[in-house]
Design a protein around this ligand. Sequence first.
Ligand code: SAH
Length: 365
Amino acid sequence: MATENERLPEGLGAVFARLIAATGPISIAHYMAEANARYYTSRDPLGAAGDFVTAPEISQMFGELIGLWLADIWQRAGSPDGVCYVELGPGRGTLARDALRAARQGGLAPEVHFVETSPALTALQRAAHPGAIWHHDLSSLPSDRPLLVVANEFLDALPVRQMVRTAGGWRERMVGLGENGTLVPVAGSRPMDAAVPARLARAGEGAIIETSPAAATAVQEVAARLAAQGGAALFIDYGYAEPQLGSTLQAVRAHRKVDVFTDPGEADLTALVDFGTLAGVAESAGARWLGTSGQGAWLAALGIGARAAALARAAPHAAESIEAAALRLTAPAEMGTLFKVMGLAAPSWPNGAGLIRASQVTVAG
Ligand code: SAH
């Protein structure tokens, strides 16, 4: 097997190294955006044989409960006609398959729209959902009908920007060249003190502030659509409820954490999602923030226990694996607490099941 260094010459790492040698360090946001664009374009990263496993790939229960949530809020909003199901970054189309099947049982059979940039994953989605309509970004989505928007592990893949506190003040955190042409994090040369919020400006040397302008833009666009057209949205991701200091950027390959700056484009780069900030962004754009709950608490409130029991009765030979999947999705030590579910809706739409706006509930598992 080739080592990382042997593979670099043909890869994005070599392209970055040439660019940096010619024009200087590039921002973390530039690095992450290009690395993930390369990463997702060429492969299906999901599943045991890939790099990581997501909730809809663990169990059909995850998508089904999302479909029930959507059908429930849609019914209580008066079952408006012509509503669209919109999924951002639908992966293999598994979540949509399970959610739409469950939604149909609640009388909801929406037109299906996918926002996806990866040709490899679009091909898989097309096989699973031949009638869907694809978009490269949110701008071309229908503008005259209510939208039911779902995004699971989408925001975490969008590029983050980082500032680092140096002895000389705040600088953008960038990627430069180390010894032997390796890629290493460096502080930019331009003072960035004016870009740092006053309450964080005094953080100690070495402190890092991470923001995701791209995630904020995506949530802002969805929120503005909900306010103008009606509808509701669920953003599910791993993240934190209150802003914090430090880099959360990580690279995962073959189910293991690897170095962020080695072999860009060959590992999945993600960062924790700042749900507190995004709820504020959504409200400023005119949507209603319905609450942000731990994934475990939310799935429990929607009845994952009863659904697991029903599936196990129907397939007794699989009872153990169904129970294990439910635990993986909900246990605090697994995906139950770190993963969060943020609900948004149009101002005139009702509350969403399982979501409570109190801040102490926000962080509960
Ligand atoms: N939601 C799926 C897949 C998560 S992986 C699941 O839960 O299994 C991230 C998804 O977002 C992939 O489908 C990827 O191709 C897509 N994606 C990443 N960056 C994107 C971008 N900038 N615009 C649209 N889709 C993007």
